[in-house]
Design a binder for this molecule. Structure first.
Ligand code: E4P
Length: 222
């Protein structure tokens, strides 16, 4: 299972990389714009922090296949490393995914149905990114959609992996993992929520209290 951070915030990336077993970073134009910085300069800084081996997923802006391909090549030239170009699953995006196959790795994004994922996978996308919370917000079932995409990929033996995205609670994350999603991308709040449990904190506090009752300030290693 791959675990990625859905953020372009340098502080969040540094802290999560240090703390958790992170495989890479995903961004989208909204996430990037929030940082109010030069696009390439910000991505270069992220690349420096995560290194060349970890995945970095960067989205294009254009909506015409030729322009998407140009943008993908430009980002690839400037940023390099283990890079995936995120391309929305509009028809021109699918055309661009086909054009880039074998040259630049792609992540088909803004996926809301198994049918879109199927076309993207057949076009050669390396990842497909279904948006779980955005599906739940329109009274669809995000986990079910991810589950069906995983099943289709397995039925047809595509090399494409599912990177489930857009989470607002840990139940959604748990659900897509149980459904066999190959990867998840989560924001900083979600990764911290994944590890938090009040009983864990209470237990740790209890251990410390019991230790101190007998040993006082004495440490295990002095
Ligand atoms: C990932 O590809 C998406 O850009 C992202 O996860 C969307 O998340 P949001 O619905 O929380 O904005």
């Amino acid at each position: 299972m791959l675990l990625l951070m859905d953020t372009a915030n340098i502080k969040e990336i540094k802290q999560s990389i240090e703390m958790y077993p992170i495989d890479g970073v995903t961004t989208n134009p909204s996430i990037i714009a929030k940082e109010k910085r030069d696009f390439i300069e910000l991505l270069k800084e992220i690349r420096d922090i995560i290194g060349y081996d970890k995945m970095l997923h960067v989205q294009v802006i254009s909506q015409k296949a030729d322009e998407i391909v140009e943008e993908a090549k430009y980002i690839n030239k400037e940023i390099g490393g283990n890079l995936y170009i995120k391309i929305p699953v509009i028809p021109e995006g699918i055309k661009a995914i086909k054009m880039l196959k074998g040259e630049i790795k792609t992540t088909a994004t803004a996926v809301f149905t198994p049918q879109q994922a199927l076309i993207a996978a057949k076009s050669g996308a390396d990842f497909v990114a279904p948006y779980v919370n955005r599906l739940d917000n329109i009274s669809a079932n995000g986990i079910k959609v991810v589950s069906n995409i995983v099943k289709l990929i397995n039925i047809y033996n595509f090399n494409t992996k599912v990177i489930a995205a857009s989470f607002k609670n840990v139940e959604q994350i748990y659900g897509v993992c149980m459904a066999g999603a190959h990867a998840i991308t989560v924001n900083y709040d979600m990764i911290n929520q994944m590890i938090f449990h009040p009983m864990t904190d209470w237990s740790v506090l209890q251990f410390v209290k019991d230790w101190e009752n007998f040993y006082g300030n004495k440490k295990i290693r002095t």
